[in-house]
Design a protein around this ligand. Structure first.
Ligand code: IMP
Ligand code: MG
Length: 182
């Protein structure tokens, strides 16, 4: 079978596959909410594309907040191990149903840290939705409640995900070509 490519990049997960899976995730999250309100917290910048699509697939009274964290040094394909909050929540989440929305659950350092600091605020519930999961890379013991796709240990770009801030606007999830100058 011929490999699908977009702008010369190998497509791992197509825009159609993403749309179908995001719709399914939205239905599942809607069912689990049982009519309650939701605060969706997007992890900038990578999860922005997923959050806007996922939120429109959720049939609930939803509001939005965003955090920005840094766990990768610029231009690196490996985690630095350190998590730094660059932008914190705008509103308190005490007593609220919170859904953290992330692009990739990789080593788990980012989400384990966010979960820890969010739980200190005593939300009513705290769940995690991640578009991609790379279980083989896990350092922290953490699982998402909703996973779009489980992927092998490959560096991916597109649909919000970057390499050195580039490629986020690719409509498909593509494989990062090896030895690409940043
Ligand atoms: P973790 O803290 O190691 O779980 O890292 C999660 C973050 O690393 C994700 O939100 C991404 O921003 C980034 N990341 C991990 N793997 C990839 C990848 O394959 N492509 C782009 N970014 C990635
Ligand atoms: Mg991210």
């Amino acid at each position: 079978m011929a490999t699908t490519t977009f702008r010369g990049l190998e497509v791992l997960i197509s825009r159609q596959q993403i749309a179908e899976r995001v719709a399914e995730m939205g239905e599942q999250i809607t069912r689990d909410l049982k009519g309650e309100k939701l605060v969706m917290v997007g992890v900038l910048k990578g999860a922005a594309f997923f959050l806007t699509d996922l939120s429109r697939a959720i049939d609930a009274d939803a509001t939005f907040d965003f955090v920005a964290v840094k766990s990768y040094p610029k231009g690196s394909q490996t985690s630095s191990g350190a998590v730094q909050v660059i932008k914190d929540l705008d509103e308190p989440i005490e007593g609220k149903n919170v859904l953290i929305v992330e692009d990739i659950l990789d080593t788990g350092l980012t989400l384990a840290y966010l979960r820890k600091i969010f739980l200190q605020q005593h939300p009513k519930s705290l769940r995690i939705a991640t578009l991609l999961d790379k279980p083989s890379r896990r350092i922290e013991k953490i699982e998402a409640d909703y996973v779009g796709f489980s992927v092998p240990n490959l560096f991916v770009i597109g649909y919000g995900m970057d390499f050195a801030e580039r490629y986020r606007n690719l409509p498909d999830i593509c494989l990062m070509p090896p030895d690409q100058p940043s």
